[in-house]
Design a protein around this ligand. Structure first.
Ligand code: GDP
Ligand code: MG
Length: 369
């Protein structure tokens, strides 16, 4: 059955647990902080706080967070970065330029795969995972599904064009997700480039540059001419250090589905971004309402691998369907558990579709684990 503790609920709605207890008493429910309340009560409460969506978000975020991990098991992990910005401002060019320079300096091998996420090796143990989400819609969808998949947003703004509607959209998405923004002022090679104007326009939108007394990092780049790319990478690593990103590579894997498709030759293929723990060949993984034993895994260059640690995107074969982008992926003990959770989830999806008009319900199926 669905349930959530008073303490978790309080956290979900950013209220003091004592306030929730008081509210519950008003509703005629006697409860203490550690007590578990049922779904109906939680929903009643949530209605009061208008917070169902938030709770669902916390569910996913909580599962991906390191809150349950013992402090000494935590190790630094690489940042997960999403490039956003207005169409034609140079997002694809930037990612291409980052990837190809990394190929030159890092390990050999061509860029062949498109798996929706990439690992860029900067050398001396430094890595960055880039999410190549196809536009803002995917980002919105992932957020709506409660997936917190990115640590840093790179906001690409063309220096000859300035702030445009999708620039503003991207800022709003990043802010709503609480993700720090690094501004990449692109196309500075162009004669009519005006990086100062970009700064001014963005300063008006709360992205005050460091050099003007603010906290936002700006990098002037040319994705095409490969100017300023190394500096941008350094700034990402600097921001990552400030964020102090950690994960526990020792635990069972948890992550988010970034992409999935039905491949004629290989069957169902899912790209999973591992966010905590280590995913191994042979693990039983559930992803949304699908599950299966990991039959094979490939990195972003198509190389077969046996395990993938935190902040690593991998292509996974062996899942019995195509989960949706933003679905939580998690390793469970055995196939029976996986089947139970998936059946229960499918029912829930059906019920949600039947009974309510898009109203979200609690999703704590992981209590089976
Ligand atoms: P996206 O829509 O944001 O992915 O933008 P693209 O990467 O597809 O770039 C749009 C256009 O701008 C392409 O014609 C690129 O060649 C060009 N472009 C991208 N970056 C630069 C740059 O740094 N300088 C110049 N001059 N052109 C660029
Ligand atoms: Mg593009």
């Amino acid at each position: 059955h669905e349930a959530i503790s008073v303490a978790d609920f309080a956290k979900a709605v950013s209220k003091k647990a004592t306030e929730i207890v008081a509210k519950l008493i008003k509703l005629g429910v006697m409860a203490n902080i550690n007590q578990v309340i049922d779904a109906e009560t939680a929903e009643l409460l949530a209605d009061e706080y208008g917070a169902m969506v938030e709770i669902r978000k916390l569910d996913h975020e909580h599962l991906l967070s390191t809150e349950d991990d013992i402090q000494e098991n935590l190790q630094s992990r690489s940042p997960i970065v999403t490039i956003m910005g207005h169409v034609d401002h140079g997002k694809t060019s930037l990612l291409d330029s980052i990837r190809s320079s990394a190929v030159v300096t890092g390990e050999a091998g061509g860029i062949t795969q498109h798996i929706g996420a990439y690992n860029v090796d900067l050398g001396s143990g430094k890595k960055i995972a880039f999410l190549d989400t196809p536009g803002h819609e995917a980002f919105t969808q992932m957020r709506a599904r409660g997936a917190k998949v990115t640590d840093i947003v790179i906001l690409v703004v063309a220096a000859d064009d300035g702030v445009m509607p999708q620039t503003i959209e991207a800022i709003n998405h990043a802010k709503a997700a609480g993700v720090p923004i690094i501004v990449a002022v692109n196309k500075i090679d162009k004669p009519d480039a005006n990086p100062q104007r970009v700064m001014q326009e963005l300063a008006e939108r709360d992205l005050l540059p460091e050099e003007w007394g603010g906290t936002t990092i700006y990098c002037n780049i040319s994705a095409k001419e490969r100017i300023g790319i190394d500096n941008l990478m350094e700034m990402i690593m600097l921001q990552a250090e400030i964020l102090d990103l950690k994960a526990n590579p020792e635990r069972e894997a948890r992550g988010t589905v970034v992409e999935s498709k039905l491949d004629k030759q290989r069957g169902a293929v899912s790209t999973i971004l591992v966010q905590n723990g280590t995913l191994r060949k042979g693990d039983i993984v559930i992803a949304g309402t699908c599950y299966g034993r990991v039959r094979a895994m490939f990195d972003d260059r198509g190389k077969p691998i046996n395990e993938a640690g935190p902040s690593t995107p991998v292509e996974v074969l062996g899942i019995n369907g195509v989960p949706e982008a933003g679905d939580l992926a998690a390793v469970v003990a055995d196939e029976k558990t996986a089947r139970q959770i998936c059946t229960s989830r499918e029912e829930k999806v059906k019920n949600t579709e039947l009974t309510s008009k898009g109203k979200m319900t609690l999703d704590d199926l992981f209590s089976h684990m």
